[in-house]
Structures are given as C-alpha cells and as structure tokens.
Design a protein around this ligand. Sequence first.
Ligand code: HEM
Length: 266
Amino acid sequence: MDRPGTSQQSVEKIDKVEMYELREHVPYHPEVTRTSKSYDEESAVQYKSSWESAWMAICQLVNLLHHMQVAIVVFCIWNFALTSESNGVITNLQLHIVFAGTGYQLFLVEAILTIHRHNSWSFQLSADGKRIVHGSLQLVGSVFVIAGTFLALAETDMQINTAHGICGVIALAFSIISLISGIVALFSSKVRLMIKSGPVKILHISVGIFAVSMGLITLVIGFNTDFFRTDREGLATCMMVFVLMTLIYIMIQPIIDVVSTTRKTL
Ligand code: HEM
C-alpha cells in the first residue's frame, strides 16, 4: 500500500496496527478453526491442531469418567460403613472401612492423578503447583490409611490372619516409605547439589505405585468378603471392577514416568 509522505517502515507499522485492530473486533477462535500446528506472533501462543485438541478433550473425558468412578466407590464405602450395623452403631470396624477406603481410593488415587498429563482439574497447574497438591493429598491420604489400618488391627487385637490383612499391612508399610521418599524427592529437586534427584524420583514413583496397588488390591479383597458381599452380590462385583479399572488407569502414567526417568538417569 503506497501512502504519500510515509516511509516504508512506518507503512509496515500502520499495516500491523490495522491488523491488530481488526483482530480485536473479529470473534476469531484459532484453536477451533486451524487444522495444523501454528504459531501466533501476537500472543506468542503455539496453537494445537484440531486433531490434537480433540484427542486432548477425549483424554480429559476419560480422566473425568475415572474421577466419577472414584466418587461412586467412595460413596458406596461410606454408605456401607455407616449403615452396616442395624442399630446404627459406628465401631472401629466401620471407621476402619471409612478411613482406609477413603485414604487409598480417594486421597492417594487423586494424589497420583494430580500429576497425570490429562488430569482434568490439574493439567493447567505449574509443575510446582502440581507438586504442592500432590504432596498435600499424599499427606492426608497417609494419615487416613495409617488411622484406618490401625483401627482394623485394634479390632483384631493386632492379629493378621487373612489375605486382606496381610495386603493391608504391606500397603501401609509402603505408603509410609512412599511419603518419606516423596519428601526427599521434593527436596532433592530443590537442592540438586546435595542429593541426586533421579534415583530418589525412581524410588518414590516405584514405591508409590506398589503402595497404592497393594492398597487397592486390599480394597478389592475387602469387597469380596462375606461381610460386604452378603445381600449385595452385584454391588460387590461392580465395586471390584471399578477399583481394578481405577488401578489400571492410574498406573499407566507413573510407569511411563519411571521408565523415562530411568533412561535419563542411566
Ligand atoms: C484399602 C483399604 C483397606 C485396608 C488397608 C484394610 C486393612 C485391614 C487390616 C490390616 C485388617 C486387620 C487384619 C486382618 O483382618 O487380617 C483388616 C480387617 C478387616 N477389614 Fe479391612 N482394609 C481395607 C478396607 C476394607 C473394606 C473396604 C472392608 C469392607 C468392605 C474391610 C473389611 C474388613 C473386615 C471385615 C476385617 C476383619 C475385622 C475382624 O476380624 O474383626 N476392609 N483390614
């Protein structure tokens, strides 16, 4: 465009300003309309292709369905525990079910999901933000599972005779190691000169995966006891399937992480 009395540079500037003004007034949604990855100079944003955005949305939907599954299981645990005694009494056994069940199925599962790439409520957090939420959930979950397991052990006079009990105690031991290794991993990433973060991270992820797997397997065995199954066969099977589905889903990302961290460390 030739304008009298203006240099080539100022013409370019005017063109740019006009383009920006135009963009402000046009309801333009690049992330929806673009078909290939592109870079917007104005906002310095790298837009995803439509296929990538659609895939992200599907992954987040699957993630959301798993959160719903977690909520359903936790609701059923509480409902069972609070109504299992006909006179409405809450004993150590009922509290055991509430605390241990909520600790593993809600807090520790959500602690793992916090760092999941497609987690619907935390994917937009910064790495440090995710670490804070992950650590807090792990802390609360650990308190719940310690309380829940000891309530059961108090009920059985510290006797462990069942597969449910053995798995529960192993899960508790590893949950505590996972919490401690998590604290060390957090500080090792901040104070890199003193502790190498790679091996601590691998230890924390591996112990964490094992602890939560054992916790959820204990939960499945708990749902399979006559104490829960009697009069609610269908619900018991449904709960077992839901917990196993959650277990498979939450394990995928940590296993990928542990493999990639091991590769980087070696
Ligand atoms: C993941 C969570 C759970 C953990 C870590 C856990 C752990 C334990 C432990 C350590 C014991 C004592 C040892 C033994 O009985 O051998 C126990 C007992 C028991 N748990 Fe659990 N448990 C969990 C969830 C559940 C659930 C969801 C139910 C039922 C729906 C349940 C029902 C029972 C029963 C009936 C006993 C036997 C109590 C007795 O003999 O007086 N538990 N549990």
